[in-house]
Write a protein that binds this ligand. Sequence first.
Ligand SMILES: Cc1cc2nc3c(=O)[nH]c(=O)nc-3n(C[C@H](O)[C@H](O)[C@H](O)COP(=O)(O)O)c2cc1C
Length: 326
Amino acid sequence: MSTETALTAADLHLLAEAGGRAPSLHNSQPWRFRPTPDMLGLEVHADHSRAVPAADPDGRALHISIGAAVFNLRVAAAHLGREATVRLLPAGEGAQPRAVLDLSAPARSPRPFGTDLYPAIVKRHSSRHAFTNRDVPEAVVADLITAARDEGVTLTALEEHGVRQVLALTSEAEARIAADVTREAETRRWLRLEPSCDGIPLAALGSHDRDARVPMRSFTGHPPHHVTPADRFEALPQLATLTTRFDGQTDWLRTGQAMERVWLLATVHGLRASVLHQAVEIPDTRWRLRDPAEGPAHVQLVLRLGYGTPGAASPRRPVEDVLDQG
Ligand SMILES: Cc1cc2nc3c(=O)[nH]c(=O)nc-3n(C[C@H](O)[C@H](O)[C@H](O)COP(=O)(O)O)c2cc1C
C-alpha cells in the first residue's frame, strides 16, 4: 500500500542528518542525498570530489561508506513510520545514483531490525581507546552475525590464531602505507580539511599501545590525546571480519549496510568498535586476510569490538551541503 505522502522538508532534513552520520574512510563523507522527483523517495549519489584515490583506487571504501549511509537512511525511514525499499545501482555499476530508497509505503513493522536502532545513530562513534579484557558474550556475537547475514554479508568472529594473523598483516600494511609518499600526502590533505588537526604530525595520529598490541590509526583529525602511547590495550582484541562471496560495487554497498547494522546493534549492546582497514587497502595483504577454510570469500572490513570508553564525536558536513532540495 502506498501512503503517497510526500516527504516534507523536515523529513528530508532528518533523513540526511541520519545518513550523514555514517562512518566513512578518512571521514570523507562521500555522499549526496536527493529526493526523487515525486518526493516519495531518496536517491543516494556518490560525491566523487570526496574520493580518496590513493588509499581507495577502485572506490571500494567509498561504496562501503555510502552503504553505511544507506543503512542509516533505512533506520531513519522506520523512525518516520515509512517502509524503505532499496534498489542498489538502479542504473548499473559506475552510474549515478548508487541507491534509491522508495519511502512511499507505511512501515510494515515498527522495528524492522528487531531493535530500535535509531537512537544508536548519534551514539555510535569509532573508539580507538584501549578496551578492557572483558569478552564479548557469545550471545551478542551471535546477534551480530545474524544482523550481518540479514544484509547478505558474513561476519566471522576470529579466534586467537586469526586475530594474531590479522594484527600482523595490519602492522605490515601500515608500515608499507607509511612509506608511500603519495598516500601520506593524501592523508595529510584529509587531515587539513579538519581544523582541529592543524599542525599535528601524521605519525602522531597513528596511535599504538605501549606493547604495540593493536596497530590503531586515526583519520579523524582529533589530537591523539585520547589514545596515549602508555595505554595498554586488551591482551587479545576481539576482531571480526566482514566478507562477501563476490567483490563488485553491490557487494561493497551491502558490506557498508552490514557494517553499520552491526555497529549500531553493537552500540545498543554497550559495545565500542573501530575499523582496522590497513590490511584491506593493499591487494596482497587483503588476499592473505582470507581464511582458506571459509571457502572463496573477499574480506571487505576488519572490525575491532570490545568494552571501554566511547569514542568522541567527529565532525560532519552540514545537512545543506549533502542534501539537494528536490
Ligand atoms: C571503509 C572504512 C575504513 C576505515 N578505516 C579506518 C581505519 O583504518 N582506522 C580507523 O581508526 N578508522 C577507520 N575508519 C573509521 C573512520 O575513520 C570514521 O568512521 C570516521 O572518522 C568518522 O568517525 P566516526 O566513526 O566516529 O563517526 C574507517 C571507516 C570506513 C567506513
